[in-house]
Design a protein around this ligand. Structure first.
Ligand code: PFF
Length: 450
C-alpha cells in the first residue's frame, strides 16, 4: 500500500504545529501561567520546552521516519528479543489507546467551543433562547457537540495525509494566527489590559524555585508538544527522507511556544480588562480564576461589555478555539487510524469510521458520567501516561536504536551532521538526561510536594 507523505517542509511544519497548537496552548498555558505567577511560569516553560520537550520530540520524529510506520510497529521493529519486542508492542499499544482517550475528552471541550461560537452568532442574530441553550451545560448539548466535532475530525482524516491533514492544516493554521493577532491588538487596546501584559511578561525570579511551578510547566510542555502518544512519531513517518529533521523539529517547537506566548498576551490582559469592567477575576482561594470559569464566564463578560464590537470578538475568539482544537484532534485520530490501517489490513475509510464510532461512544460515556470520570481521564492520560510513554520512547530511541542507525537516518537530510552541535549533544541527551528529567516529573506527580 502507498504510504502518505507531506509534500514539503512547510506542510509538515504546519501539520505538526497544528497538532501541537491546541486548547493546551490557548486555554491551558495562559491559565497555568496566571495561576503560577505569570512571567516566572513563562520563563520556566520556555526553558523546559527547549531543554526537554524538543529533544524528546526529536526522538519521536526520528523513530517515525526511520521505521515509516505506526508506534506499535516502530517499537516492535527496533527491539530485539522476545521481551524487548513485547515491551515495545505494549508501549505502542498504550500510546494508541492514550491518543484515543485524549481525543475522547478533548472532543467534549472542543464541542463546548463550537457551541459557544454558535451561541455568539445566535446572540448577534438576537436568537437569545437558542444562545442560552448553547451555553448551558447539559448532557444533550455536550454529546451533540462532541459528536459533531469527532465527525469533523473524521472527515479530515478519512481524506488521508495529503488531501486531509496537509490541506486542512495549511488552511486552518494561517487563519488561527491571523485571528489571534487581530484579537491581541484589540484586547491590548482595552483599559486595564496593560496590567495583565506586565504580569505575564515581567518575571518574579523568586517564584522560579517553586516546585509546583516547575512540575506544572513540565506537564504543560509535554501536553503542548503532543508528546508520548505517537502523534509526532506518525507525523515523522510521513516526512521526506531528505528533510532536515533537527531544523523541522525546532520550527515546530518555536511555533508551538510562540503561539503559547501569544495566547498569554491575549488571555491574561483580557482578564485584567474584564476586571476593569467589574468582572471578578479572583477565585475564593485568592488566585486568579482559571479553566472553564475563565474561558466561559470572565471572557464572555468582557466581550459583552464591549457592545456590538464585542459580539464579533466573541465569535472570532471561539472560532479560534475551535480551529486550534480541530488541527490537534486530527493528529490524535491519525494515531489509531494509521495503526489499524497498517496492522489490521483495513482501508483508511473503514479504519476512520470504526475508530470514530468508538470515540463517539466513549466520549458519550464520559459526558454521561462527567463529574465522576472526566478529571480522572484527563489526569491519567496527560499527567501519567504521556510522561511515562515519552520516557519509554526516549529509552527506545537512545538505547535500542544504535548511534550509527540514528546517524544514518538523520544524515540523509543533514550530510554534515557529525560536525554539528546537535549531534554532539542530542544522542547522549536523549539516552540519559531526558529519561532522568522525566523520572523527576513522575516522582513529583506521585508525591505531590504542595
Ligand atoms: N498539543 C495539543 C494541545 O496543546 O492542545 C494536545 C494534544 C494533541 C495532546 C495531540 C496529545 C496529542 F496526541
Amino acid at each position: 500500500m502507498q504510504r502518505g507523505q507531506f509534500s514539503s517542509r512547510l506542510t509538515f511544519v504546519l501539520a505538526a504545529s497544528g497538532s501541537a497548537v491546541g486548547l493546551g496552548n490557548i486555554w491551558g498555558f495562559p491559565t497555568k501561567a496566571a495561576e503560577n505567577g505569570g512571567g516566572a511560569f513563562l520563563l520556566m516553560y520556555l526553558f523546559l520546552a527547549f531543554l526537554l520537550a524538543y529533544p524528546a520530540l526529536m526522538a519521536e520524529l526520528t523513530l517515525g521516519r526511520y521505521s515509516r510506520s505506526n508506534m506499535v510497529s516502530t517499537l516492535d521493529s527496533i527491539a530485539s528479543g522476545w521481551l524487548q519486542k513485547r515491551l515495545g508492542q505494549l508501549t505502542g499499544f498504550i500510546g494508541v489507546l492514550t491518543a484515543t482517550m485524549i481525543l475522547c475528552f478533548y472532543s467534549i471541550i472542543a464541542g463546548w467551543m463550537i457551541a459557544h461560537t454558535l451561541a455568539s452568532i445566535a446572540q448577534t442574530l438576537q436568537l437569545f433562547k437558542i444562545a442560552e441553550w448553547l451555553v448551558t451545560f447539559s448532557l444533550f448539548r455536550n454529546i451533540s457537540f462532541s459528536t459533531a466535532f469527532i465527525g469533523l475530525t473524521l472527515l479530515v482524516i478519512s481524506a488521508g495525509v495529503e488531501r486531509g491533514i496537509e490541506t486542512w492544516s495549511k488552511r486552518l493554521m494561517p487563519c488561527l494566527i491571523l485571528l489571534m493577532l487581530g484579537l491581541i491588538v484589540y484586547v491590548l487596546l482595552q483599559p486595564g489590559a496593560e496590567r495583565g501584559l506586565k504580569m505575564f511578561i515581567v518575571p518574579d525570579f523568586r517564584q522560579l524555585a517553586d516546585p509546583q511551578l516547575i512540575v506544572s510547566a513540565l506537564g504543560q510542555a509535554f501536553f503542548s508538544l503532543s508528546l508520548g502518544v505517537g502523534t509526532m512519531l506518525i507525523y515523522g513517518s510521513y516526512i521526506r527522507s531528505d528533510e532536515d529533521l533537527p531544523v523541522a523539529g525546532a520550527l515546530v517547537t518555536f511555533s508551538d511556544t510562540g503561539v503559547a506566548v501569544l495566547a498569554g498576551m491575549l488571555i491574561i490582559p483580557a482578564l485584567f480588562a474584564a476586571q476593569q469592567l467589574g468582572v471578578d477575576i479572583y477565585a475564593e482561594t485568592g488566585r486568579l480564576i482559571s479553566g472553564p470559569s475563565l474561558i466561559f464566564q470572565a471572557l464572555p463578560a468582557l466581550f459583552e461589555e464591549m457592545g456590538e464590537g464585542g459580539k464579533l470578538v466573541a465569535i472570532a475568539f471561539f472560532t479560534l478555539m475551535s480551529i486550534a482544537a480541530l488541527t490537534s484532534s486530527i493528529s490524535m485520530l491519525e494515531v489509531p487510524v494509521s495503526w489499524a490501517i497498517e496492522t489490521q489490513n483495513v482501508t483508511r475509510l473503514k479504519a476512520s469510521i470504526t475508530v470514530g464510532v468508538f470515540t463517539v461512544l466513549v466520549s458519550g460515556v464520559i459526558s454521561y458520567k462527567f463529574t465522576s470520570i472526566f478529571e480522572i481521564i484527563v489526569e491519567v492520560t496527560t499527567e501519567w501516561a504521556q510522561p511515562i510513554l515519552s520516557l519509554m520512547l526516549c529509552l527506545f530511541c537512545g538505547w535500542l536504536m544504535h548511534r550509527n542507525r540514528l546517524l544514518q537516518e538523520l544524515k540523509q537530510g543533514v550530510p554534515d551532521l557529525e560536525s554539528s552541535l546537535f549531534w554532539l549533544i542530542w544522542p547522549t541527551y536523549v539516552k540519559i538526561f531526558c529519561p532522568l528529567l522525566i523520572v523527576i516529573i513522575l516522582v513529583q506527580s506521585f508525591l505531590p510536594l504542595s
